[in-house]
Ligand binder design. Sequence first.
Ligand code: F3S
Length: 72
Amino acid sequence: MIKVIQDHENCIGCGSCAAICPKFWEMNYEEGKAFLKTAKKNERGKYELEVKDVECNQEAADCCPVQAIKIL
Ligand code: F3S
């Protein structure tokens, strides 16, 4: 399995992830940050989702201006 992890605190809400990869990412405009859909918060306060196939999450990670998205 592949882990997609978002450092939610560091997200500046640029919206690239949601534009590139709407299947997994959604903007919360009230908060001004993106959410990784159905992800769970891990012990370090980051949002984590396990996927079989990285799909568009790699492009989302590559485009995030503050490197808030990691693929492990
Ligand atoms: Fe935030 Fe990076 Fe997405 S800044 S909105 S996680 S591209």
